[in-house]
Design a protein. Structure first.
Length: 358
């Protein structure tokens, strides 16, 4: 590929994030998540984040783009941010904006802290800043992507791969089901520790490697519908129990529970769950990191003989993934939650992703 001014500007920008030359990371990052908007982003303030949210993205080891500024009325920023909003709306991604003044006295994660030369674009891979472009630090001939949309689009595609995982809301999911669409669905919950583990231990590594995947995996976050079973004697027991029952019914509606899905459902329904759907029909499904153990064995696992036999993904794998009733060694019992269950379930998630998302 010919080295255009835009490509040279990338190299110039990278030097801001690296002191040397030989260790400069010129590779593209694979963005983690897309977002199926109901409405377009109207202005950059809608995607503004503070320091805590930035720290969460970094601590969660996400790959993302951050747009930094110092003065919101600066002409270069007001010229640039509408172009970024245009790209976000066109490709259903979010690049958060961030006031670098919030870094004062705190860990700056390598982000440019100057008050001049702004705005800037920062590229993070797995929570690490790998490069940044600062407007005033670039040669005047290499700043076009801060001023012209076509140049910005080319520059971004020189630096990122678009997401292969997209969040959808209930209305969009219901529409896909009613329209009898075929799709892969990851049902998760933002407050679920097991879902964060799946993201960090399974999905991120898959996302980073499979940059040429054409199909999308949709993510449905059920956090807004979550309700715990209330304790007996709770003064708001009746109200809370009604919400809990609604949550159980919700999981049944989407095929997570045995009541709503005799073939693949697991108990009252759990996440993380991965489904292959054709409308309301679930042709394959796995639920991971929800096995239960006692002192000696796995007393309940999603991966029992019946579900394995029902799954076109697993039925020809013998008993390698048959965990229900499996005896545990003393070492496995001690490390069940931290390593053993993860090591057992990871190849199943990888098999699902590599088999169904091409």
């Amino acid at each position: 590929m010919k080295k255009s001014l835009l490509f040279l500007s990338v190299l110039t920008a990278i030097s801001i994030a690296s002191c040397g030359g030989s260790d400069i990371d010129t590779s593209k990052i694979a963005l983690d998540y897309g977002y199926d908007y109901k409405n377009d982003i109207v202005n950059i303030e809608e995607v503004e984040i503070g320091y805590t949210s930035l720290t969460n993205l970094i601590d969660n080891k996400e790959s993302f783009v951050l747009l930094i500024y110092h003065n919101p009325t600066c002409g270069c920023w007001t010229d640039f941010n509408p172009l970024a909003v245009q790209f976000m709306n066109k490709y259903n991604v979010v690049f958060h904006s961030f006031d670098n003044a919030l870094l004062e006295g705190k860990n700056n994660y390598g982000i440019y802290q100057g008050t001049d030369a702004m705005p800037g674009i920062c590229f993070f891979r797995r929570g690490q800043l790998i490069r940044q472009s600062i407007y005033g630090k670039l040669d005047i001939n290499n700043r076009k992507f801060f001023k012209e949309y076509e140049a910005l689009e080319q520059y971004l595609f020189d630096n990122v791969y678009l997401p292969k995982m997209t969040y959808i809301d209930k209305d969009t999911l219901d529409s896909k089901i009613s329209n009898d669409e075929g799709f892969a669905l990851y049902v998760a919950r933002a407050g679920c520790g097991d879902c964060r583990t799946v993201n960090q231990q399974f999905l991120y590594s898959w996302n980073d490697v499979n940059t040429t995947v054409n199909h999308m995996m949709y993510i449905f976050d059920i956090e807004p519908y979550f309700a715990r079973k209330p304790a007996e004697g709770d003064p708001e027991y009746d109200e809370k129990y009604a919400k809990y029952e609604a949550y159980l019914a919700f999981k049944t509606t989407y095929g997570l529970s045995e009541a709503g899905n005799e073939t693949f459902g697991y108990g009252t329904g759990y996440v993380p769950t991965f489904q292959i759907r054709k409308g309301s029909t679930i042709s394959d499904m796995i639920t991971v990191l929800n096995d239960s153990v006692d002192a000696n064995r796995v007393v309940s696992s999603y991966f029992n003989q019946t579900r394995i036999s029902n799954s076109s993904l697993l039925r020809n794998t013998g008993d390698i993934y048959l965990f229900d009733g499996k005896e545990l060694t003393e070492e496995q019992k001690q490390n069940w939650r931290t390593t053993v269950q993860l090591s057992w379930h990871k190849p199943i998630v990888e098999l699902f992703l590599n088999s169904y998302i091409k």
